[in-house]
Design a protein around this ligand. Structure first.
Ligand SMILES: Nc1ncnc2c1ncn2[C@@H]1O[C@H](COP(=O)(O)OP(=O)(O)OP(=O)(O)O)[C@@H](O)[C@H]1O
Ligand code: SF4
Ligand SMILES: [Mg+2]
Length: 375
């Protein structure tokens, strides 16, 4: 069997055609009770009628509070979970209903990088075995060709070929995440679901890994679904941003628009929560009352109505649909046209930590982080 080139160079520019298109995607988890006779006693509406697309070479960030359905959305696209209803098109083919065998072949083209580089790598396998495994599973390379490819992949992610014989516990967090990235790249994918890929890392290492991901995207034309809490990371890496609340998309726009003109009250609250050292700006922070409601029993009408300071009677009974707010900008709020962008919300030029972290990402990019890690 002959080995493929380590990665096929693909056009770096964002293409017009989507690589992934999800439409009306729904995932409800049944909550079961009873030992002998098991009964479904409730439904967790983790993802509830979500539609978006990701273009070839594009990074779509998915943001929102814990439990809003980000990881579930990523796992549905990979078909690690079966959707309740809805369609998932990958490269023009509907994969929502394909059988496990077909999906195994498709999965070669889409990979995932997890949040925790400590838990996601098998401690009993060498780094070389970890990176080689998907190549064996998908019949991409074997023997010397596979070993050569492992060494090449290690270099692509800024590690050394001789690292192949070591075990993952011998590496730092940033280096382990690089191993995870090399493993994902091993099958020459088109799409990578990055599920909080840097949030478990030290701040100084985050910038290096984020910039490595950008560098690889440029080289290989990869598309990313980038799931994150950190809005500084998202501002740096994404082309577009989708905001989720309780299983629903509430706003989607290109990143410039979203950070300069956030139109949904929830997006405004997320952006206003970015830490700032200036106390006058801190006073403008929008405090959301209460916790996120349970997805077992989401509020009627607009799911955000229990925490929204602009709520009106209509919001409690009628669910808002995503509506056009500008080119490529859609917002699910009945009243977004009349809701002003409040002072202290625009994060585009926010001083303090946010700007410092953005600057750190830019600086790391200039230093060409695809080079070897010193840590
Ligand atoms: N297998 C499952 N069975 C039942 N409920 C589940 C299952 N997986 C996820 N959920 C629920 O679905 C909702 C969405 O979970 P998900 O992990 O997608 O959220 P998330 O946005 O990724 O959160 P986080 O930011 O904490 O990672 C949560 O309420 C979660 O408890
Ligand atoms: S629809 Fe109503 S409750 Fe929902 S975000 Fe808009 S104003 Fe707030
Ligand atoms: Mg998650």
């Amino acid at each position: 069997m002959s080995a493929e080139p380590v990665m096929n160079a693909k056009p770096a520019a964002v293409a017009a055609e989507p690589i992934v298109k999800v439409q009306n995607l729904v995932k409800h988890f049944g909550i079961k009770r009873g030992v002998i006779v098991s009964k479904t006693v409730g439904l967790v509406r983790a993802v509830d009628d979500v539609s978006f697309e990701i273009k070839r070479g594009e990074t779509l960030a998915l943001v929102g509070e814990s439990g809003c359905g980000k990881s579930t959305t990523g796992r549905l696209i990979l078909r690690l979970l079966d959707p309740t209803t809805g369609s998932i098109e990958f490269k023009g083919k509907d994969i929502a209903g394909v059988d496990k065998h077909t999906m195994r072949h498709m999965r070669r083209h889409m990979q995932i990088i997890f949040q925790d580089p400590y838990a996601s790598l098998n401690p009993r396998m060498t780094v070389g075995e970890i990176i080689a495994e998907p190549m064996t599973v998908h019949g991409i390379a074997e023997g010397k060709a596979r070993d050569d490819r492992v060494r090449e992949l290690l270099q692509v992610v800024g590690l050394a070929p001789e690292h192949a014989s070591r075990y993952s516990h011998q590496f730092s967090g940033g280096q382990r995440q690089r191993i995870g990235i090399a493993r994902a790249l091993a099958v020459n994918p088109d799409l990578i679901i990055c599920d909080e890929p840097v949030s478990a890392l030290d701040v100084s290492i985050q910038a290096q890994v984020v910039n490595l991901l950008q560098n690889l995207q440029q080289r290989f034309g990869l598309s990313y679904l980038f799931i994150a809490h950190d809005l500084a990371v998202v501002k740096h890496i994404s082309d577009r941003v989708a905001v989720m609340y309780l299983g629903k998309l509430v706003e989607i726009a290109d990143k410039r628009t979203l950070y300069a003109k956030p139109s949904h009250p929830y997006t405004q609250a997320l952006l206003s929560a970015i830490p700032r050292p200036d106390p006058t700006l801190e006073r403008n922070r929008i405090l959301l009352p209460g916790d996120v409601p349970s997805p077992l029993n989401p509020p009627s009408g607009c799911r955000f109505h229990t925490r929204c300071s602009f709520v009106q009677d209509r919001c409690k009974v009628e669910e808002p649909q995503l509506r056009e707010a500008g080119p490529g900008h859609r917002v699910a709020c009945h009243f977004f046209e009349s809701i002003p962008v409040q002072a202290g919300v625009k994060a585009g030029n926010a001083p303090g930590k946010f700007a410092e972290r953005l600057a750190a990402f830019e600086a790391a990019k200039v230093r060409n982080v695809a080079g070897r890690l010193a840590n």
